[in-house]
Design a protein around this ligand. Structure first.
Ligand code: PMP
Length: 420
């Protein structure tokens, strides 16, 4: 096979390209938790399409269902018309996910991506409350369109908008401020003090674990208190589960452990199962306020995604999958804890929840160097945090223990190589 000339990307693709710089090879094949490039090099994937591939690459059952559907000339594109795969998905989502968790949500298809579901959530919250402002949190990541970027707590990304982003009040996320200061104390104070000059917001939006922002995990008590504050002041709570949802933290929804029931939930990335663009916005029935057609979009009913998403829900029919995620996250947590103890030069600590886990290092540039080194040794992993200070491990939830340990060993070898 002729090797692809990498300058094609430099010559023909925009300068904004990012991941092909971090992983400079041409990928040809992917299966489960492995990827291969055109030179035949094999990689263990601890990146999983930034959380879009929780079930790994090319899951056999999803592939069979999709190929079967395509071979029967099943409808591909149908806007939001009624189709069989859509009916099957809605039914399975209700029966397997919502009902057992006693969650009563209307399901909306906002468009194919994470930013589409966030935009829909923000828009709906404003329409429902008649208020404008949204409270967001430092280091939160919610997407790249104007509305979702406005609630994203990353100065570099916000600069990309070219205009001031408004109607948002950003508060420190849990554990962000020094001990003894809790941002929720401030929030409560300005909501209670009529003369504070801050308008009551329409909603708060947050991730329970900040995926891009550095694997910061909010404490259960903090989430519960925020939930109480929202209820007291009639503010809607939007949980962005685009990255932390669909099992990443160990349960289907990331907020299950906290026992809260957000008003609006945003899902995308792995909800399609197969890496196909797909998103859902879930909202409490009383928020089903849009007139027919008041919010729509061409790609909000991808039938291929309905087919694979329905098969993916089989993983959730009993608790076996959840238990296996918890066992694997225990393995990773123990390994990383030992790693930071053994290599004190990392100056690090373990962060995250479930299989959304990593190490924050105080040493500038270390996480990026380790990720680069790991790539040359056959491990694909990303960094996170405002200054890329976190090594982020995102293996497929379906990964087998052997591959998990092999990947972790490559990580340790890479750390050792970088520290010299
Ligand atoms: N919310 C969260 C929590 C995300 O992690 C992302 C993507 N990284 C988005 C929203 C935006 O999703 P998309 O890139 O599909 O627009």
């Amino acid at each position: 096979m002729n090797k692809t000339n990498m300058t094609i990307f430099e010559d023909l693709e925009s300068e904004v390209r990012s991941y092909c710089r971090a992983f400079p090879t041409v990928f040809t094949k992917a299966k489960g938790w492995k990827m291969w490039d055109e030179e035949g090099n094999e990689y263990i994937d601890f990146f999983s399409g930034a959380g879009a591939l929780n079930y790994g690459h090319n899951d056999d059952k999803m592939k069979q269902a999709l190929v079967g559907y395509i071979m029967e000339d099943g409808v591909t594109h149908s806007l939001d018309m009624a189709t069989k795969p859509k009916a099957e998905f809605l039914t399975a989502f209700q029966e397997i996910i919502l009902k057992p968790r006693k969650l009563d949500y209307k399901v909306m298809f906002p468009g194919p991506t994470g930013t589409n579901t966030v935009e829909a959530a923000l828009k709906l919250a404003r329409k429902a409350t008649g208020r404008t402002d949204i409270i967001s949190f430092t280091n939160g990541f919610h997407g790249m369109t104007i509305g979702s970027l406005a609630v994203t707590g990353n100065a570099f990304k916000r600069k990309g908008a070219g205009i001031p982003l408004t109607n948002v009040v950003t508060m420190p996320y849990d554990n962000f401020v020094n001990e003894g200061l809790d941002s929720l104390d401030y929030l409560e104070q300005f909501l209670t003090e009529g003369g504070s000059g801050v308008d009551i917001p329409a909603a708060v939006i947050l991730e329970t674990v900040q995926g891009e922002g550095g694997l910061n995990a909010a404490r259960t008590e903090w989430l519960q208190r925020l939930d109480r504050i929202c209820k007291t002041h009639d503010i809607l709570m939007i949980i962005d589960d685009v990255q932390a949802g669909v099992g990443r933290t160990g349960t289907f929804f990331s907020f299950e452990e906290a026992g809260i029931k957000p008003d609006i939930v945003c899902l995308s990335k792995s909800i399609g199962g197969y890496g196909t663009p797909f998103a859902l916005t879930l909202f409490k029935p009383e928020l089903d306020l849009w007139e027919p057609g008041e919010h729509n979009g061409t790609f909000r009913g991808n039938n291929h995604a309905f087919v694979t998403a329905t098969v993916a829900l089989d993983y959730w029919k009993d608790t076996t999958f959840e238990q296996s995620i918890k066992a694997k996250s225990g393995t990773v947590h123990a390994f990383l804890t030992k790693l930071v103890d053994t290599y004190s030069e990392i100056q690090g600590h373990v962060k995250g929840r479930g299989l959304m886990i990593g190490i924050e290092s105080q040493v500038e540039g270390l996480a990026s160097k380790v990720a680069q080194e790991a790539f040359t040794r056959g491990l694909i992993m990303e960094t996170a945090g405002a200054n890329d200070e976190v090594f982020k491990l995102f293996p497929a939830l379906t990964i087998d223990e052997g591959a998990l340990e092999k990947g972790l060993t490559i990580l340790e070898d890479s750390v050792r190589a970088v520290l010299g």
